[in-house]
Write a protein that binds this ligand. Structure first.
Ligand code: OAD
Length: 245
């Protein structure tokens, strides 16, 4: 049953909850001009994300994979956080450690909007990792001078510091995300197609521990049927409405 005023309903649930968690996906950055993965604009040279974001693709053709990341790094560097990112940063300010932000995004826009504590399930596009010595560094150069880039310590080939399909998520980060979702009374799921696991398992986990789930998305997703409330529309418009006091 849809309440008469779903925005007001969401505001009440947020106000009443002691612990709130949010899970975000590429859709929250769409209004910043960053194409989502599963939209037409997300295709790069006709590759799908699943063709490029894999260890196999990198082993076969590291230069092409890096060219894709270099292109995305350029888009992200030129982008700015939008009102959805800022609203979640405001919720963290209000609730402190009673709020946990979990993101599948690697773009760093939550940090740039002021969120202090972000659980990055899929890593960060501004991190590099050496495939030889495993050193992880931040590298904000756009474009990178050489593709694939080389490790400043050992000269080995660098890979993006992100999680690819078929790779495990960073263990400690995932455990903190699961814990936050088990503890919360309300989970806000914004801008994700809810098809990529294990991130997609967080909403059912929250509900199995008694939490309510609010979905914010411009379209229906596999989560829509089970969410306690679905708010249809752009997250940059809806999040400020439900969060701002
Ligand atoms: P997707 O591209 O799969 O889904 C984006 C979702 O955002 C879709 O459901 C859109 O309907 C929705 N959307 C688009 N614009 C929106 C807006 N303005 N406001 C609200 N919703 C909007 O992106 P993710 O779900 O993040 O993983 O994808 C999950 C993972 O798959 C990514 O982290 C990445 C990808 O391949 C890896 O690279 C491992």
């Amino acid at each position: 049953m849809t309440p008469d005023n779903p925005i007001e309903q969401a505001r009440q649930w947020i106000a009443a909850a002691t612990r709130v968690a949010a899970l975000t996906g590429a859709g929250i950055s769409a209004e910043s001009g960053i194409p989502t993965f599963r939209s037409a604009g997300g295709l790069w040279r006709n590759f799908r994300a699943e063709d490029l974001a894999t260890p196999r693709a990198f082993a076969r053709d590291p230069k092409t994979v890096w060219e894709w990341y270099d292109w995305r790094r350029g888009l992200i560097a030129a982008a700015k956080p939008n009102l959805g990112h800022y609203a979640l940063a405001q919720l963290e300010q209000r609730l402190g450690d009673r709020f946990t932000l979990i993101t599948q995004n690697v773009d760093g826009l939550h940090n740039r909007a002021g969120s202090q504590r972000v659980l990055k399930l899929h890593g960060d596009i501004w991190w590099t990792m050496c495939i030889a010595c495993r050193e992880v560094r931040s590298d904000f150069r756009v474009p990178l001078p050489e593709l694939p880039p080389r490790c400043a310590s050992c000269g080995g080939m660098l890979r993006p510091g992100v999680v690819w399909f078929g790779e495990p998520l960073p263990g400690a980060t995932w455990e903190q995300a699961e814990e936050a979702v088990r503890q919360c009374e309300l989970l806000i799921v914004a801008g994700t197609s809810a098809v990529v696991y294990p991130a997609a398992s967080l909403a059912p986990l929250a509900q199995s521990h008694g939490a309510r789930v609010i979905e914010i998305n411009t379209e229906e997703t596999p989560l829509s049927g089970s969410a306690d409330l679905c708010l249809r529309g752009p997250s940059g418009e809806i999040l400020p409405q439900i969060i701002e006091s």
